[in-house]
Design a protein around this ligand. Structure first.
Ligand code: IPE
Ligand code: IPE
Ligand code: MG
Length: 233
């Protein structure tokens, strides 16, 4: 499978609420169980030599959920960063968070900054958490940044690789494989620009049930894909 190992695996982690509701429990139980799936998939990614594992944890649109759910999710994010920090360091994982950081609390931003700093030189898998992120927001902020830093002539001359330097994902390869759990067949404003030639893998499995075997099943499916990039083979 080595030849067809994806460099960058990305996951839209969906279905926590339904997982909890199916057991007659509050949605928050699903989010908590989902953290276990994050740990399992990260472990598998490190073991398998995946360079980048990225996770859609909270979208810009998720701010529109009930206030109680939003604060629970932010609290859980904070606790998970604190709790997983040691694990991330011992596994040599580099931790990064990408998204609209201005909307996050000082507490959350501080926790992110310290783990990003501590793990900066780790060289195993890079874990990228997309938090308060949306693809349209990313493209807009990139356009504004480019417009502010380039002359009108330079702006007119921008090509796709040039523009990508202004996206928050600058320097990170585009995802090779994008997994979405819970049976939804949509991208929900995730990596719109970056997923131009990404392979998609949809599964009905709900995120809290998505563990190492399911992760490896997705890798196996990817190994059989034929990527053509518009060319004739
Ligand atoms: C994914 O699970 C987690 C986030 C989007 C934060 P959901 O909370 O969307 O769970 P469902 O889709 O309602 O089951
Ligand atoms: C997508 O899930 C966002 C994350 C997983 C963070 P949603 O549950 O928010 O997506 P929709 O609303 O079903 O499209
Ligand atoms: Mg959902």
């Amino acid at each position: 499978m080595d030849k067809a190992l994806p460099r960058h695996v990305s996951i839209i982690m969906d279905g926590n609420g339904r997982w909890a509701q199916a057991q007659g429990k509050d949605r928050v139980f699903g989010h908590k169980a989902g953290v276990e799936s994050v740990r399992a998939c990260l472990e598998a990614a490190v073991e398998d030599g995946i360079e980048y594992l990225s996770l859609y944890a909270f979208s810009e649109e998720n701010w529109n959920r009930p206030q109680t759910e939003v604060s629970t999710l932010m609290e859980l994010m904070l606790l998970s960063i604190q709790k997983e920090a040691q694990n991330i360091m011992t596994h040599g994982v580099r931790f990064r968070v990408l998204g609209n950081r201005a909307r996050l609390s000082d507490k959350v931003n501080h926790a992110i900054d310290s783990l990003e700093d501590a793990s900066r030189n780790n060289s195993k898998t890079t874990l990228v958490v997309f938090l308060s992120y949306s693809g349209q927001w990313d493209i807009l902020q990139a356009m504004k940044k480019a417009a502010a830093s380039l002359s009108p002539e330079e702006f007119q001359a921008l090509d796709a690789p040039g523009f990508e330097q202004y996206l928050v994902t600058a320097g990170i390869p585009a995802p090779d494989l994008l997994i979405r759990t819970s049976g939804e067949l949509r991208i929900s404003n995730y990596l719109l620009w970056q997923s131009a030639y990404t392979e998609f893998y949809f599964t009905d499995t709900l995120w809290p049930d998505f563990r190492k075997p399911q992760f490896r099943e997705a890798l196996e499916a990817y190994a059989h894909r034929d990527r053509r990039y518009g060319k004739v083979k």
